[in-house]
Design a protein around this ligand. Structure first.
Ligand code: NAD
Length: 321
């Protein structure tokens, strides 16, 4: 069995590796080669923690396993990340544990890769301004991956605490782009691409603020009750997702579904666009939304790549169970 710790994951997984792994697994899901098992997520009644499992099997990529972990709100005071996770990979031929892979960095890069895949396939080719709603831990990964998908000329951002926006301004500066802090309405009015990555529980972006032709990757809502955008915006958009069953229950679409504004049949798996089964954006004026809920198969795909690269580069520790 291989042990691939967080530091090794950072060394071996580049953004392009995560992009390829996530794009391939979305495609495998559409072809029926990969499926996610039911998610378990429980408040454990200790340390205010939420703990659970995300698991699945990809017959095309040969990833079998699970990500286990969750959210420990008191971790920040201990100098640790609140979100903690570990990925377990099993040999699909024998069922033996094949790798134990640190999941914190990989969760950040696989989530960023999902929104980047959506931008690559759905945003207008001539998108110039990218708007970031949220400036927490995940936002920097999101912005870096997004900037590689189009020739953006400007980054704008909004965050509940505006002083945190400096993390996004630094990434824009690294890419040689100007950054401006804006209010939420300006962000909607001016952006060609928007990434929402907050823990909000109410709509932060209203339908009437959004520019025609905008692509929005809604990435923050991954649990029942969370919400980042106006359900009317979801209703009027062409809506794509990683997994329809999650989109309607724990994703951004849950609120539009509850309000009777969208139905499962209206939601298109992004894998269908990757395989060419769906045309994706069909006009320059359409608003496209990607509801990125986060599926276990994404974690397994990047972890599988990390384990392979770490082994090839002689960086993984080999342990006999
Ligand atoms: P974080 O705690 O570092 O940052 C939280 C962000 O949300 C900050 O920008 C904060 O200002 C903002 N925020 C919190 N409450 C808000 C409110 N009421 N109104 C407006 N903004 C508010 O978290 P993170 O690691 O950056 O993750 C951000 C979100 O993305 C979380 O909700 C997390 O669960 C989610 N997430 C989703 C996926 C996925 O696959 N879709 C993966 C990882 C994280």
């Amino acid at each position: 069995m291989l042990v691939v710790n967080e530091e090794i994951c950072k060394k071996v997984i580049a953004r392009s590796d995560a992009f390829k792994a996530v794009e391939a697994v979305f495609s495998a899901m559409t072809k029926g080669d990969a499926y996610n098992f039911p998610v378990i997520r429980e408040a454990i009644g200790y340390a205010d923690a939420l703990y659970g499992f995300k698991s699945g099997f990809d017959r095309a990529g040969l990833s079998l396993g699970l990500k286990s972990g969750g959210y420990w709100p008191g971790n920040m005071e201990k100098g640790l990340t609140n979100h903690q996770s570990t990925i377990f990979l099993f040999n699909p031929d024998t069922g033996q544990l094949s790798a134990l892979v640190g999941g914190n960095y990989l969760t950040a890069v696989r989530t960023a890769a999902a929104s980047a895949v959506s931008i690559a396939h759905l945003a207008r080719r001539d998108a110039k301004t990218i708007g970031m709603l949220g400036a927490g831990h995940q936002s920097t990964f999101q912005l870096r991956a997004a900037l590689e998908q189009r020739k953006f000329e400007r980054v704008i951002g909004w965050n509940l605490r505006s002083e945190k926006l400096s993390v996004l301004a630094e990434i824009a500066a690294e890419a040689g782009l100007p950054f401006e802090a804006v209010d939420r309405q300006q962000l909607g009015n001016q952006s060609d691409v928007i990434i929402t990555i907050t823990s909000a529980h109410e709509p932060l972006l209203m339908k009437d603020w959004i520019k025609p032709g905008c692509h929005i990757a809604c990435m923050g809502t991954d649990t029942k009750g969370k919400q980042e955008v106006d359900p009317q915006l979801i209703a009027s958009s062409t809506l794509f997702t990683d997994e329809v069953a999650q989109s309607t229950t724990i994703g951004e679409a849950q609120h539009a579904v509850i309000a009777g504004l969208k139905q499962e049949v209206d939601i298109i798996p992004i894998g269908n666009v990757i395989t060419g089964d769906h045309p994706g954006r069909t006009s320059d004026g359409k608003i496209t939304v990607f509801d990125g809920t986060g599926v276990g198969l994404q974690d397994l795909a990047v972890a599988n790549t990390a384990a392979r690269l770490a082994e090839e580069q002689g960086l993984a520790e080999v342990v006999n169970l």
